[in-house]
Write a protein that binds this ligand. Structure first.
Ligand SMILES: [Zn+2]
Ligand SMILES: [Zn+2]
Length: 313
């Protein structure tokens, strides 16, 4: 069955590609025995199909990049390596930072930045760091009563929105090092236009970060609007960390890895410059039937800063 799906995907069958993607999300190892066939048929996209690829598959991809016969495929090949997460892939990506492979002049970012698409990065001290968690939960939006205080967005004057309120960090946030309650209050509307940062404290404190930079076009005309009176509540644990969806109802997910609509956008912490840890995503369609896009939540525990950004198609 999987082999059939791979052959259909090679023939540009989008439904087959989607089915393979769902398999790779639920149980990445199921595709591992088929990675060589995928390479043989030049199925490089979606690159997430190569999660958990083994050393020999990764070696083939590295060899192909070094060989430079298909410079047009370099973007996809680097994504494949990033998603494999394999140490050999990391080694090659580091090497290409200083010795760029053929075709890399057409890339928008350096080879190692591709790691962010798969939720990891190499810290300034050279150590590898995962930006995402190993554990994910369904995140259900439930009616909530507005906060009793009257904190408002200083830009558009709308009441602040509680994007998350977790009584304790739990295993979904283990990779962040956060301890205590985590609340993230921000502007539901302005966060659609720029990454908004929030100062957070382990007692659930959450305040607008004064360093947020207002783009010119925000809040000039629109009056205040009420954010949705819905709060994400933690549901059952997901089978794998890769099942968040930015396209389907019920896709909102605490922990695990995000499903980006555009390129990966892990914000740099304004406190220290390091990339922030990913916390979870809220699908626009889970707020109301006309909703779209997705809000992405991030945290840098050492600096006590959270962030929310948004993407749509
Ligand atoms: Zn606002
Ligand atoms: Zn920081």
């Amino acid at each position: 069955m999987i082999e059939d799906l791979i052959r259909k995907t090679a023939a540009d069958d989008d439904d087959a590609a989607e089915e393979l993607t769902a398999i790779a999300a639920a149980d990445p190892q199921r595709l591992a025995p088929h990675h060589h066939l995928m390479l043989d048929l030049d199925v490089l996209w979606p690159a997430a199909l190569y999660r958990g690829a083994g050393a020999d598959v990764v070696a083939r991809v590295v060899e192909r990049v070094d060989g430079g016969q298909t410079p047009d495929a370099l973007n996809h090949l680097l994504l494949v390596l990033a998603h494999s997460g394999h140490p050999l892939a990391e080694q090659a990506m580091r090497r290409w930072e200083t010795a760029p492979p053929p075709g890399s002049d057409a890339l928008h970012v350096g080879p190692l930045r591709y790691a962010e698409e798969a939720g990891w990065t190499v810290a300034p001290d050279g150590t590898r760091r995962s930006l995402c968690g190993d554990v994910a939960y369904e995140w259900h939006l439930r009616p909530s009563t507005p906060e009793p205080d009257d904190a408002a967005c200083p830009w558009c004057t709308s009441p602040l929105w509680t994007a998350a309120d977790l009584p304790d960090a739990g295993d979904a946030l283990a990779h962040t090092g956060w301890a205590g309650r985590l609340a993230v209050r921000t502007c539901h509307f302005c966060s659609c236009y720029t990454t908004l940062f929030t100062a957070v404290t382990p007692d659930g404190g959450s305040t607008w970060w004064p360093g947020n930079v207002r783009p010119d076009y925000i809040g000039r005309d629109a009056g205040p609007e009420d954010p949705p009176a819905l709060l994400p509540v933690v549901g059952p644990r997901r089978q794998s960390p890769f099942q968040a969806s930015a396209w389907h109802d019920g896709g909102s997910t605490l922990g695990g890895h995000p499903e980006w609509i555009q390129d990966a956008d892990h914000p740099a912490c304004p406190g220290c410059g390091l990339l922030m840890d990913y916390v979870g995503q809220l699908y626009g369609g889970d707020f109301d039937e006309y909703g779209e896009g997705a809000y992405y939540l991030h945290l840098h525990a050492p600096c006590g800063l959270a962030a929310v950004n948004y993407q749509q198609s």
